[in-house]
Design a protein around this ligand. Structure first.
Ligand SMILES: [Fe+2]
Length: 178
């Protein structure tokens, strides 16, 4: 097996082992942080896919039950993702350009259906050599003023999770798959 293939397959093997042996999402994210940074820095497995990359999500790997998903996410200049959570742990590692992530805190008590009040807490630019850990209930928005490419690693493929989308200005929340 050549090195191009092994960078990805080595990460997948590490991810499976870490997920099987970790008690909490925080453990998984912490143990996979350095392997995910190495995966994002190893360009050859990305280059092999480059011609096929579409804007948005490109699924690279998932388990048969849709857990442990690796995606390459290609952002066009001016792209935005609305405020959302993932319902699973996530690691976002930069490959090219910068994903500007704004992290939010929910300040209402969740007792009013459809209502949510958020406060922005911090902003993180995720470019090459940087990684962001996002817990299952953490909320973020993304914008990319310039084109960007990132590796997203999730406990479960987001296509198969119903999760929350928030409107921080309208103060709403709804459950969706997206
Ligand atoms: Fe996200």
């Amino acid at each position: 097996m050549n090195r191009k293939v092994s960078a990805l397959s080595d990460f997948i093997a590490a991810m499976k082992e870490v997920a099987a042996r970790s008690a909490t999402d925080d453990d998984v994210m912490s143990r996979l942080t350095q392997p995910a940074l190495r995966l994002a820095a190893e360009r050859s497995w990305v280059e092999r896919r480059r011609a096929e990359l579409v804007p948005g999500r490109n699924l690279v790997y998932e388990e048969p039950d849709h857990c442990l998903a690796i995606l390459l996410v290609r952002w066009r200049a001016g792209s935005r993702a609305p405020a959302h959570d993932h319902g699973t742990w996530a690691l976002i590692a930069g490959v090219e350009g910068e994903e500007i992530n704004t992290l939010w805190r929910r300040v209402d008590d969740g007792s009013r259906a459809g209502f949510a009040q958020l406060e922005a807490t911090s902003q993180v630019a995720v470019g090459p050599g940087r990684i962001l850990r996002i817990g299952a209930r953490d909320i973020h928005t993304v914008n990319t003023p310039h084109p960007a490419l990132a590796v997203h690693i999730y406990g479960r493929n987001p296509e198969y999770i119903e999760r929350n989308i928030f409107d921080p200005i309208g103060r709403t929340v709804r459950r969706v798959r997206f």
